[in-house]
Each structure stands twice: as C-alpha cells, then as structure tokens.
Design a protein around this ligand. Structure first.
Ligand code: GLA
Length: 393
C-alpha cells in the first residue's frame, strides 16, 4: 500500500506540480449473507487491506480531470454536466457520484484527481464500490461539503444503479466506507442499523482464492435475480400484505403458495429466506466462538447459491468442493455477486500454505488458469491518508 500511495502521489505531483490530498478506499469481503442485501436481509462484510488510492487537489483554472493510473487514461470533466459516457467504463463510477453533488447544488469546484489501486478487478472484492466511495469521500473532504458518511454510501450506490447499470444492494458501499479494523459489520440492510463484532478466528485465517473468471452474465443475471425476488414478494403480498421484502417472508408462506411461483422464482425465494435466517444464526456462532458451526453454514450458503440461486459457476464449485476435502478448512463458499470472482475460505493458519499450493495445482490442472490467492486482514473503511495544507481550502 505504501508503494501504491507513493506512486499515486508522485504521479499527481508530476502532472500538476502541487501536493494533493490523499485518500484510500478499501475493497471488502463478506463472511456470510449473499444476495440478501437487496432483500432487506442481513450481511456480514468487512473492509480489507486492498485499497484504491486517490490523489486530489483543486485545479488552478477551469480545467477538471481524472486520470486512471491503471488504464493510463485521462478524462476531462465538464462540471456543469457530468453525464454518463459510453467510454471509458471506469468514468461512470465517478461521474455518477459527481452528478449528484452538482445536481444538489453542492460547491464542487474544478479539481484534478489521479487514482489507482490494488483491489483486483472482477474478483468480487468490490473494486467498484471502493472507486465510488473513495471518490465521493475525496470530494467531500477536499471541498468540505459536510456530507455524512451514510449519505456518501447511498450516493455511491446510486452511481452504480444509474450510471453503471447494476441494481446492487448497499453492502459493498457500506462496508467500504464504514469498515472497522479487526471487526466485521453485522448490517441490517432494511433499517441500516449495524453493529461491529470483533473477529477472532484464533488459529484460522481468511484466504481468498481467485478463479480469475468473470462470466459476462454477471450484471444482467444480477438484475434478473433482483427482479425474480420482487416477483416472489408480489405473489406473497396477495396473501400476506405485511410482506414488504423477502425479509418478512417465512418458509411456510412459500410452501403454501409454491404452485403460484413462475419459473425459478420459488427456488430463488427459498434460498433468500434460508440465507437471511442463516446469517442471524451465524452471528450467534461467532459470538459463542463456534467456528465449526460457522464454517458449516458457509458451505450451506454456497450450496444454496449454486443449486437454488444459480449464481455460481463450475470454477467456483470446483474450488469449494476441493475445500471440503480438507479438515483444516472450516468453511468455504463463493463470495459476492457470483459467476466468477473469489471463494472465501476459513483455513487453519499452519495449513494455509499447503492448502493454497494444492488448490493452485488442481485448479490449473482442471482449467489451465493460474489461481491467485490473498490472505486478507480486516481494516478501517475509507479514510484520509494525508493532507497537504495547500489542499485545505
Ligand atoms: C454484489 C452487490 C452487493 C450484493 C452482492 C451479493 O457484490 O454489489 O450489493 O448484492 O453482490 O451479496
């Protein structure tokens, strides 16, 4: 991270010859509670030690620009109309945030920004949330806009819905901004009430295994899942008007009206209702330090995501099935939206290297893909790295 910070800062200084404000915004993991956020359910995410770093300062003239170090590409921005663009795709994560600020009459003046990161793209670690949240946070700090954190979270989510086109829930943006070192967040996505729980995995560590695949279905299928869940709710509401989201649904309600659910809608709803329940039980497992029970639930989640919710893929299923062969692994499952990305694994510390070696080999034999893996630790959410007096206006 220090190197990345140095690189972003020095690129900024070379380009603009002044000291920037430096901000970092992290990716996230999610221990359990997948696809529950947009169903009013619970999730258990945490911010991790993989960041996108921003350097930003006011411009000395009317020019306003953002430079992506990774794509070696710059966009110029017209502050009076930060509209959505066809290219480059990365710009929309930022323009969607900016649009809301400008549209609400906030005092955003011309600026220059350089960013780059170490959150792997398409790995299900929410590089997109880190980008939206870090940018919103940077502008808020630079121009002292006074936007509360939770509003930054919602602005980032709005950008994803309206400029990127994914009708995501709130988990990723919430975790990126609100993360706390050494803690997982138990978030109620209906009320947005949350609590932090210290995570003590004792002899175990969290390992992410990256399938390196991102099937093209991911965005369209995500939106389809969301509307399938809404179809389920509208059927239940005919009989149970109190059901506003699948959070309010019971398994018995689904069973009673099973025949009325079209296509895959029944299976989708069964998974969500079970998963919302499972997160609450898993949270108790963590409190009582029953890591074995917790790990078992991770496998159950994967099974539901794969068979009922159908957002897994052969690469993810392969890695989870391999994990099951290891007594030193408490649990594993796909993480995030699905159709590729990472599995999250709870692995005995002293067996981790051997486990990774094994998975890397068998994964390569099966798919001819080299599988990166990451040992993650849990960090603070989006924060200022350094301020220069020149950038405080
Ligand atoms: C993506 C979305 C989140 C959440 C997960 C699945 O990461 O951005 O809102 O729905 O998928 O849990």
């Amino acid at each position: 991270m220090e190197n990345l910070e140095k690189e972003i800062r020095s690129t900024f200084i070379q380009l603009f010859n002044k000291e920037p404000l430096m901000v970092r915004s992290p990716g996230r993991i999610n221990l359990i509670g997948e696809h529950t956020d947009y169903n009013g359910g619970f999730v258990m995410p945490a911010a991790i030690d993989k960041d996108i770093v921003f350097a930003i300062a006011p411009s000395d003239n009317e020019e306003c620009s953002v430079f992506s170090l990774k794509f070696d590409e710059k966009i110029n921005i017209n502050l009076s109309s930060p509209e959505r663009r066809e290219h480059p795709a990365w710009a929309n994560f930022l323009l969607g945030v900016l649009y809301q600020m400008v549209n609400e009459g906030m005092e955003v003046k011309p600026f220059h920004c350089v960013f780059g990161g170490e959150v792997p793209l398409g790995a299900g670690l929410s590089s997109s949330a880190a980008l939206e949240c870090g940018f919103a946070f940077s502008l808020n700090e630079l121009f002292q806009l006074g936007i509360p954190k939770i509003r930054l979270v919602k602005m980032a989510q709005w950008a994803e819905h309206n400029y990127v086109g994914v009708k995501c829930g709130i988990m990723d943006q919430f975790a990126s901004v609100m993360g706390k070192k050494g803690h997982v967040i138990l978030l109620d996505c209906r009320s947005l009430e949350y609590s932090y729980s210290p995570i003590d995995l004792k002899d175990y560590s969290i390992i992410l295994c990256d399938t390196k695949v991102k099937h093209s279905l991911v965005d369209s299928e995500y939106n389809t899942r969301r509307s399938e869940c809404e179809t389920g709710v509208s059927i239940l509401r005919k009989y149970y008007p109190q059901v506003e989201s699948l959070r309010d649904a019971k398994m018995t309600m689904l069973e009673t009206h099973k025949d009325e659910f079209p296509g895959k809608v029944y299976d989708r709803c069964v998974y969500i209702v079970a998963e919302i329940q499972r997160v609450q039980e898993a949270s108790r497992d963590l409190q009582t330090n029953d890591l074995i029970a917790f790990g078992r639930k991770m496998y159950e989640t994967h099974d539901g995501l794969s068979r009922l919710y159908e957002v897994s893929c052969k690469e993810l299923d392969f890695l989870v099935n391999e994990a099951k062969k290891f007594k030193t692994v408490l649990g594993a499952r796909m993480m995030g939206g699905g159709f590729g990305g990472c599995t999250i694994n709870i692995v005995k510390k002293d067996a981790a290297d051997q486990y990774i070696l094994h998975l890397t080999k068998v994964y390569y034999d099966a798919f001819a893909i080299r599988m990166p893996s990451y040992k993650v630790s849990i960090r603070e959410g989006t924060s200022v790295l350094s301020r220069s007096t020149a950038t405080i206006i």
